[in-house]
Design a protein around this ligand. Structure first.
Ligand code: ADP
Length: 169
């Protein structure tokens, strides 16, 4: 599995799947979530609503998949990141679960290329250095047991995340 970090906007990435950081209601929000829904169009939200109607809210660390609407990728995988509350609320495990469950869903949907944002490092306030370490470690552990995903790109929106992620890699 080829792992790399780039600086950019995830809505412009052509991959089999891009990952969104949603909230539990899957109803859209700010940050990367807002950008994905704006660029992808209303089809994404329609599918999110159907998922919630069927299975209820999405728990922290879990992931669901929808169309990517007008985006250049095939699927959007929505995962709910943990809010950083000081580190004693299982935040590390929950962040690792976001990456693991998103990758598992990508495999289930025959995705070979997948793009991730730096989950939870915006308004959810996860320390960026720790988050980058967990993201890369989880990805490497996954790639040791799975060879269907060929390429994972971390699409970092800011310079700090880009440098931290690149260093971890
Ligand atoms: P969270 O609730 O997970 O903290 P945010 O959307 O606030 O969600 O931020 C998550 C990360 O996504 C942050 O590092 C933020 O800089 C980044 N981000 C925001 N917009 C985009 C985008 N268009 N493409 C990629 N990353 C983005």
């Amino acid at each position: 599995m080829d792992l790399k970090a780039i600086k950019g906007d995830i809505t412009t990435i052509e991959a089999d799947a891009i990952v969104n950081v949603a909230n539990a209601s899957l109803m859209g929000g700010g940050g990367v979530d807002g950008a994905i829904h704006r660029a992808g169009g209303p089809e994404i939200l329609e599918e999110c609503k159907k998922i919630v109607a069927k299975q209820g809210k999405c728990k922290t660390g879990e992931a669901v998949v929808t169309t990517a609407g007008k985006l250049p990728s095939n699927y959007v995988i929505h995962t709910v990141g943990p809010v950083w509350k000081g580190g004693n609320k299982d935040e590390v495990q929950k962040l690792a679960n976001c990456y693991k469950n998103s990758l598992a869903l990508a495999v289930e949907n025959n995705c070979k290329t997948i793009a991730f944002p730096n989950i939870s490092t915006g308004v959810y306030d996860f320390p960026k250095d720790k988050a980058a370490e967990i993201a890369v470690k989880t990805m490497k552990m996954f790639s040791e047991r799975n060879n269907t995903i060929e390429k994972v790109v971390f699409v970092c929106f800011d310079e700090e995340n880009f440098n931290l992620t690149k260093n971890e890699l």
